[in-house]
Ligand binder design. Sequence first.
Ligand SMILES: [Cu+2]
Length: 94
Amino acid sequence: MRFKALVTILLMSLSLAAPAWADTREVTLDVMGMVCPACPPNVKYALESVDGVTHAEMNPRERQAIVRFDPARTNVEALLQATDDAGYPSTLKH
Ligand SMILES: [Cu+2]
């Protein structure tokens, strides 16, 4: 019974990993203007509004945004532009 549950979990995690087959790129942006709790949702919204962005995760503590996107549909320049347009200039973390 326990083993069966383990197999089920393994199969589930495999199916969750499936979208990784699609071409995906992940970058971290430094968003220095993200200084109060109201900021991260604005930056997240701006990034996720970019066509081709699949996920944007904010790390307010580090003032960073981790962005996952389809490089066939958008690029880093568009991400930087989007946060800039929202009032939060950002740079690509190297
Ligand atoms: Cu703020």
